[in-house]
Design a protein around this ligand. Structure first.
Ligand SMILES: Cc1cc2nc3c(=O)[nH]c(=O)nc-3n(C[C@H](O)[C@H](O)[C@H](O)COP(=O)(O)O)c2cc1C
Length: 174
C-alpha cells in the first residue's frame, strides 16, 4: 500500500500529489489527517509540501514522524527547477542524514502572489513597495517582484515521472 500525504496552501502541491496518487494507485490524504501509528499500514509513504520563504512547510514534523521510515519527499516551489535554486531549498531544509534516509524530489510549482490572502498579503505588499524603490535589485528580488506582475505556473503532469519511476523501481529492490 502506498499513501501520498500533502500540505498545499495554493493547490499546486495538491495537484501533483493527486497525479502521483493516480499514477501509483495510491491513497491520497492531507498530512494533517495522518497519524504516526498508521505508518506500519503502508509500504511506501510519499510526503509533498510547498516552499514558503525558503521553508518547506511541515517538513520538520514529517521528518520527526518518519525518522524510522525511509520516505519519498517532494517540495513544490516557485522556480521551474533551476539547479541552483533547488540546491538552496535542499540545503536549507535537510540535514545530510535526513537525505541519506529519505529520497528527495523537487517539483516546479509557480509563483503568483495575487493568490495570497490575509495577513500574508499585507506583509507581501510592504515588501513589494520597499523593493520597488530599491535601486540595485538582486536576481532574487527581481523574481519576487515578478511574482506580482507576471505570475508563473510550471505545473505539469510530466514532472511527476521521476517520482513514479522511482517508486516503481523500489518494488524490485527488496
Ligand atoms: C508567500 C510565498 C512565499 C514563497 N516563497 C518561496 C520560496 O522561498 N522559494 C520558492 O521556491 N518558492 C516560494 N514560493 C512559491 C511557492 O512555493 C509555490 O507557489 C508553490 O507552488 C506553492 O505550493 P502550493 O500551491 O501547494 O501551496 C512562495 C510563495 C508564496 C505565496
Amino acid at each position: 500500500m502506498i499513501i501520498v500525504l500533502y500540505l498545499s496552501k495554493y493547490g499546486n502541491t495538491l495537484q501533483y500529489a493527486s497525479w502521483i496518487a493516480d499514477a501509483l494507485n495510491a491513497e491520497l490524504r492531507p498530512f494533517t489527517k495522518f497519524r504516526k501509528s498508521e505508518i506500519s499500514n503502508y509500504d511506501t509513504i510519499i510526503f509533498g509540501t510547498g516552499v514558503y520563504i525558503g521553508k518547506m512547510n511541515g517538513l520538520s514534523k514529517a521528518l520527526k514522524m518518519f525518522s524510522k521510515k525511509p520516505s519519498i519527499i517532494f517540495a513544490c516551489g516557485g522556480n521551474s527547477g533551476v539547479e541552483e535554486e533547488v540546491k538552496k531549498i535542499t540545503d536549507h531544509n535537510f540535514t545530510s542524514n535526513s537525505l541519506l534516509l529519505h529520497k528527495f524530489f523537487y517539483l516546479p510549482g509557480g509563483l503568483d502572489f495575487n493568490k495570497v490572502k490575509g495577513i500574508m498579503k499585507f506583509f507581501l505588499s510592504i515588501g513589494k513597495n520597499s523593493l520597488l524603490k530599491k535601486p540595485d535589485k538582486t536576481q532574487e528580488e527581481i523574481e519576487f517582484l515578478n511574482g506580482f506582475i507576471n505570475p508563473t505556473n510550471y505545473v505539469d503532469e510530466l514532472h511527476i515521472q521521476p517520482i513514479v519511476d522511482y517508486v516503481r523501481s523500489m518494488k524490485y529492490r527488496h
